[in-house]
Design a protein around this ligand. Structure first.
Ligand SMILES: C[S@@+](CC[C@H](N)C(=O)[O-])C[C@H]1O[C@@H](n2cnc3c(N)ncnc32)[C@H](O)[C@@H]1O
Length: 191
C-alpha cells in the first residue's frame, strides 16, 4: 500500500510537472488506485512477454500492474519528464525506465531489439493533442503489439480518444468514477 508521504511527494512532483508543461501532463493529480486496478485487470499476467507503459508519471498504474503479477523484469516504462523518470528509476527496482518520447517509439526503444509486447498501457493525455498526432501515436503503438494483445488507454472523454487503425477494434472496458476526473478505460486490439 502507498504510504501517505509517498502519495504527497508524488502529488507535489506531479504538480511541479503540471506547472512546467501542462499540455503533456493533462491532469491535476495522478490517477487513483481504482483506475490503476481497472487498467491492470485488462492484462492477463499468464500471457508471456514484455509489457510497456507510456507516460507513467509517478507510477500509480505501474504499481497496479506489478500488483497484478507482472514481474518487474517484464516491464518497460517510457516517460518524457526527466524528474519523473529519475523518480521511477529509484522507486521501481528491476523495471526498465526510459526517458523518452512515446510519440517516437521506434527511436525511443532503440537500440535494444524487442519482441512484441503482450500488453501496452498508455497514460498519455491524447485528448490534448490534435487528431493527426493521436493517429500517428496509435499506429506506432499498434505496430509493437503481439497478436491479440491489448493496448489499454484511459481518457476523460465520452468517446475513444482516437479511432482504431484499420484492422483494430476498440471497446470501453471500464468506467471509473473514483478518479479525478472520472475516467474511461479503452482497450484496442487487433481484430
Ligand atoms: C495524465 S499524466 C498520467 C500519469 C500516470 N500514468 C497516471 O495515470 O497518474 C501523463 C503522463 O504522460 C507523460 N507524457 C506526456 N507526453 C509524453 C510523451 N510524448 N512521451 C512520454 N511521456 C509523456 C507526462 O510526463 C505524464 O507523466
Amino acid at each position: 500500500m502507498t504510504a501517505p508521504t509517498d502519495a504527497l511527494t508524488g502529488n507535489l512532483r506531479f504538480l511541479r510537472a503540471l506547472v512546467a508543461h501542462p499540455k503533456s501532463i493533462g491532469a491535476l493529480v495522478p490517477s487513483s488506485r481504482a483506475l490503476g486496478r481497472a487498467i491492470a485487470r485488462q492484462i492477463d499476467p499468464g500471457h508471456p512477454g514484455p509489457v510497456l507503459e507510456l507516460g507513467p508519471g509517478t507510477g500509480v498504474l505501474t504499481q497496479a500492474v506489478l500488483e497484478r503479477g507482472i514481474a518487474p523484469g517484464r516491464l518497460t516504462l517510457v516517460e518524457f519528464d526527466p524528474d519523473m523518470a529519475d523518480f521511477l528509476t529509484g522507486h521501481f527496482a528491476g523495471v526498465d525506465v526510459i526517458e523518452g518520447d512515446a510519440f517516437d517509439l521506434a527511436r525511443t526503444l532503440e537500440p535494444k531489439a524487442r519482441e512484441p509486447f503482450s500488453a501496452i498501457i498508455s497514460g498519455i493525455p491524447l485528448l490534448n493533442f490534435p487528431m493527426a498526432r493521436r493517429r500517428i501515436f496509435m499506429e506506432g503503438v499498434c505496430r509493437l503489439l503481439a497478436a491479440g494483445a491489448p493496448l489499454i488507454q484511459f481518457s476523460y472523454g465520452m468517446h475513444a480518444p482516437v479511432v482504431p487503425p484499420p484492422g483494430y477494434s476498440v471497446v470501453r472496458a471500464a468506467m471509473v468514477w473514483a478518479n479525478l476526473p472520472p475516467a474511461r478505460v479503452w482497450v484496442y486490439r487487433k481484430i
